[in-house]
Write a protein that binds this ligand. Structure first.
Ligand SMILES: Nc1ncnc2c1ncn2[C@@H]1O[C@H](COP(=O)(O)OP(=O)(O)OP(=O)(O)O)[C@@H](O)[C@H]1O
Ligand SMILES: [Mg+2]
Length: 237
């Protein structure tokens, strides 16, 4: 990548690596001595009951919170609060690693769907023709062209979820972290989501998703990271 920080992945290096990570809120432990390695193009499902720390782990992987102990490495670089204050690095990082929030209301903040989808590509500094093309492609891919001029707050839950997914797609990130991507979607929406995720896999994207959905786990749960409340995690399969 041109004009990016020196963060090239070395051969055989995991893309994301957690080394003995501990995380707590106000002294209350949530993640305890968690270690895991995720390779480029891998799919991994985060499982565990409510409160087990799935969303917390996704926030950590996105550089929004940081370990109290242990290290999180992205492409060999330790992700720390001071590194994420480096605007150049954090901008590059957030183009590589994307986050679908558990609740789309947390994700969507622009006045219209079109503005929402254009926001990321504009931040990336892409030329306006390229921004328009990415927005149009995402509107088509997510079947939401009819919503383009709507205010995100006025959409239904399932519509918001599609807009949120489209806003990730316009960034074309290498890593998709998703917090319960199935939530708010009806049966048809979930069937569509399966195909969408399979297309991302074929495109070589790394997928990390927290889910409670049996069908998603059946289709994508060959590798899981099972979290238990305030405790250690076990990696399975
Ligand atoms: N900002 C915060 N301040 C204090 N405690 C928090 C904060 N965020 C999360 N927690 C607590 O950390 C624990 C893990 O929360 P988290 O949201 O990561 O769980 P989860 O596995 O995603 O649960 P769910 O399946 O309900 O989405 C919970 O006990 C939660 O109350
Ligand atoms: Mg959660």
């Amino acid at each position: 990548m041109n004009d990016s920080p020196d963060t090239t992945t070395k051969a055989n290096e995991p893309q994301l690596c957690l080394q003995d990570v501990c995380c707590a809120y106000d002294g209350v432990p949530v993640l305890s001595h968690l270690s895991a390695s995720i390779s480029p193009g891998e799919t991994i499902c985060l499982t565990g009951p409510n409160g087990a720390g799935k969303s917390t782990l996704l926030k950590l992987l996105n550089g929004l919170i940081f370990p109290e102990q242990g290290t999180y490495l992205f492409e060999g670089t330790a992700i720390t609060a001071s590194l994420m204050r480096d605007h150049r690095y954090s901008k590059w990082f957030h183009q590589r690693v994307s986050f679908l929030w558990q609740n789309p209301d947390t994700q969507l903040f622009c006045s219209t769907v079109t503005e929402e989808l254009a926001f990321g590509p504009i931040q990336m500094g892409l030329p306006s023709a390229e921004v328009r093309q990415r927005v149009d492609d995402a509107l088509q891919a997510l079947s939401i062209a009819h919503l383009r001029d709507r205010a995100p707050y006025s959409l239904s839950g399932g519509e918001k979820k599609r807009v949120a997914l489209a806003s990730l797609l316009t960034m074309n990130p290498a890593v998709w972290t998703m917090d319960e991507p199935e939530s708010f979607l009806d049966a048809a929406g979930r069937a569509w989501l399966m195909e969408f995720l399979q297309a991302l896999q074929r495109a070589g994207k790394t997928l990390i998703m927290a889910t409670h959905d049996r069908e998603l786990l059946q289709a994508f749960g060959q590798h899981t990271l099972a979290l238990t409340p305030a405790s250690s995690a076990q990696q399975a399969g």
